[in-house]
Design a protein around this ligand. Structure first.
Ligand SMILES: NC(=O)c1ccc[n+]([C@@H]2O[C@H](COP(=O)([O-])OP(=O)(O)OC[C@H]3O[C@@H](n4cnc5c(N)ncnc54)[C@H](OP(=O)(O)O)[C@@H]3O)[C@@H](O)[C@H]2O)c1
Length: 264
């Protein structure tokens, strides 16, 4: 079984790194193509994968084909490969806004199509990926795809109409979390902490808090209340965050993000 990547940029290399590290595919079972020779050679050197000089070669050789180019190149890439792919292959799309039906229409024939939305923490094996499939992908193939996508973090099936929410809550969300970490560190610096240490403290706190949500299964509000001692420091921070509309800012920002995703 071979998996092929058309486009060997950030997301593809994050995925390849994860699936090799977890032993889901061996380097020799992975084949990739890329627009620039430089990108192609970089991926080959880093992962010892097989490389191809054309996208058509990937479509001919791989049972699973990941379209890992930017969304604006999808039409051109699909028109290049549609003549050589067959109904037994699985096509994985990672582009926001490109629906299963839109993708199927471009292939102009019955194809197994998986639409997914990963995020950049995949680069460190902690991605979060929403996945949906069209009617031609069977149950065992769905499991196979979920195993591959779990190579670089968590992967969960969602209804296709939830994909815009996935963009808001995970695809784009690392940006808001980085802004939060940056803001926390800036104030720690203002209070006298060296900058490098401030980023470590802020980032580790976000990591630890996220783990508490995932591992304890307790409601985030309950975990927040655990930190807020009566008459203490934390409740003062919470008071100011509420006064400045912290939650509302997050909700409105995500609403704008989800609306944009819907319009793409
Ligand atoms: N980055 C994110 O946070 C994120 C999150 C979720 C989903 N995605 C999606 O993942 C996809 C890839 O994003 P990315 O961040 O990995 O982009 P990227 O780093 O720019 O990688 C895209 C790669 O595709 C190559 N390429 C462009 N046109 C090509 C063609 N016609 N044939 C073969 N290769 C071609 C580029 O080659 P060159 O070496 O010539 O540039 C580049 O290496 C996008 O659809 C994006 O929306 C990204």
């Amino acid at each position: 079984m071979k998996i092929g990547f058309i486009g060997l940029g950030n997301m593809a290399t994050a995925m390849i790194g994860g699936i090799i590290q977890k032993g889901i595919f061996k380097p020799e079972e992975i084949i990739g193509s890329n627009r620039s020779e430089e990108g192609l050679q970089k991926a080959k050197t880093r992962f010892q994968i097989v490389t191809a000089t054309t996208n058509v070669e990937i479509a001919k050789q791989a049972e699973i084909v990941v379209l890992s180019v930017k969304p604006q190149f999808y039409e051109a890439v699909i028109s290049e490969i549609k003549g050589v792919v067959n109904a037994n292959q699985i096509i994985i799309s990672i582009a926001p806004g490109k629906t299963l039906q839109w993708l199927l229409n471009l292939f102009e024939k019955e194809m197994k199509i998986v639409r997914c939305m990963p995020n950049t923490p995949a680069l460190v094996g902690e991605g979060c990926t929403g996945v949906c499939c069209n009617q031609f992908v069977n149950k065992s193939e769905i499991q196979e795809v979920l195993t591959i996508l779990s190579g670089f973090g968590r992967a969960s099936l969602v209804e296709e109409h939830m994909m815009d929410a996935v963009v808001g809550v995970s695809g784009s969300a690392p940006a808001y979390v980085f802004m939060f970490i940056e803001a926390m560190a800036d104030e720690a610096v203002a209070a006298g902490m060296p900058r490098k240490q401030a980023y470590e403290f802020a980032a580790q706190t976000v990591l630890g808090s996220a783990k508490m949500v995932l591992e304890t299964g307790r409601h985030p509000a309950e975990l927040k209340d655990m930190v807020c001692s009566p008459g203490g420091t934390t409740i003062q921070a919470v008071r100011v965050l509420e006064e400045r509309g912290f939650r509302s800012a997050v909700i409105e920002a995500m609403d704008a993000c989800i609306e944009k995703s819907r319009s793409m």
